[in-house]
Design a protein around this ligand. Structure first.
Ligand code: NAD
Ligand code: TDX
Length: 331
């Protein structure tokens, strides 16, 4: 199977590529990545000789047409992915997340190629803290940030291309990922690398916002289950019942590092900060028989801390720039 992975030098796409080469001997992988600040070719170094790497943008229609024409399936991870950046400058989010997805859809339409669109639970907006309800495929779209609005728009484009043009596509909306190769701007790697540097973790607001954590490998096994057995036109929610508030996550990290439970700082909150995300993944589990492997969050975090400890050469070059961006908002 010839697999075109967009955004394969980013966090989830790189893990997807490494896992695919490990687990699927029949797969030939081409990665298309623009190598923005969030893309790092060295994440693909372990498989560099076994893949084709193309440096380019999903908004480049000619390039996309050529690559899609040579693929059996496109797995679309490429995106601007960070909420805080989207508050600072939404414009690349509109370009990559909306125009890029449109460009890919037109190409898969022309070539009749199977398409899987990787999206987020943030398209559904926020849940309240005192209600056990979770997101389901029936939850109305209600995105809060420029990031989640562009991801919501890209989901709608995919749905319309399925219905209007018969494109063979599936969509997945996943909860918050953690694991190796995640950019140091994101919550968990930011705090881990702060702690490695002897800097106190930084919690937005009171730290009571809840995220539903899933290990990146579990996200990717779910993506493959959908590509292999998912129904065309269907949306699958991916989550592993990992709800924790941010304060709990920071406290667990402090414990892993043998630091005092109150050894962190509160910093200004994110404007429009969604309170809680939580996924009901019943369809994925019942229909496709998927189950997560990383069910012990603390053990998954310990392994992630270990990875960042051993791979300082990977994250160090991005750390100062990420912190300089946060310094501008006092976060
Ligand atoms: P990331 O920011 O780590 O990686 C994004 C990658 O896309 C980078 O390699 C970047 O260079 C590349 N890219 C950006 N613009 C591009 C363009 N115009 N053309 C080609 N490549 C481009 O993001 P991530 O966390 O790995 O997220 C991957 C996907 O998964 C995104 O679509 C995101 O919305 C979705 N998602 C992420 C999470 C999460 O917790 N991180 C959860 C659910 C869904
Ligand atoms: O320093 C921090 N302190 C803090 O308290 C940072 C960077 C974040 N936070 C909070 C904000 C969120 O409540 O931690 C939580 C997680 O923050 P992020 O890592 O920025 O993730 P989030 O905004 O929840 O979005 C993530 O999950 C859904 C990904 O970045 C998205 O790409 C994905 O769609």
């Amino acid at each position: 199977m010839r697999v075109l992975v967009t955004g394969g030098a980013g966090f989830i796409g790189a893990n997807f590529t490494l896992q695919t080469l490990r687990d699927r001997p029949d797969a030939e992988v081409t990665v298309l990545d623009a190598l923005t600040y969030a893309g790092d070719r060295s994440s693909l170094e372990p498989v560099a000789r076994r893949i084709e790497f193309v440096h380019g943008s999903v908004t480049d229609a000619d390039l996309v047409d050529r690559l899609v024409g040579a693929a059996d399936v496109v797995v679309h991870f490429a995106a601007e992915s960070h909420n805080d950046n989207s508050l600072d400058d939404p414009s690349p989010f509109v370009q990559t997340n909306l125009v890029g997805t449109f460009t890919l859809l037109e190409a898969v339409r022309r070539h009749g190629v199977r398409f899987h669109h990787v999206s987020t639970d943030e398209v559904y907006g926020e849940l309240s803290l005192d209600d056990p309800a979770k997101f389901t495929p029936e939850t109305p779209y209600d995105p809060s940030s420029p990031y989640s609005a562009t991801k919501a728009g890209s989901d709608h484009l995919v749905r319309a291309w399925v219905r209007s043009f018969g494109v063979r596509a599936t969509i997945s909306n996943c909860s918050n990922n953690y694991g190796p190769y995640q950019h140091v701007e994101k919550f968990i790697p930011r705090q881990i690398t702060n702690l490695l540097d002897g800097v106190r973790p930084r919690l937005y607001g009171a730290g009571l916002n809840v995220r539903d954590w899933i290990h990146v490998e579990d996200h990717n096994t779910a993506v493959w289950a959908i590509i292999d057995h998912g129904r065309i036109g269907e949306t699958y929610l991916i989550g592993a019942d990992g709800e924790r508030n941010n304060l709990e996550v920071v406290r667990t990290l402090l414990e892993i590092f043998g630091r005092d439970a109150d050894d962190f700082d509160h910093v200004p909150d994110r404007p429009g900060h969604d309170l809680r995300y939580a996924i009901d993944a019943t369809t994925l589990r019942d229909e496709l028989g998927w189950t997560p492997r990383y069910t012990d969050f603390r053990a998954g975090l310990e392994a992630t801390v270990d990875w960042y400890r051993k791979n300082e050469a990977w994250w160090r070059p991005a750390k100062a720039a990420a912190e300089a961006r946060y310094a501008r908002t006092g976060q």
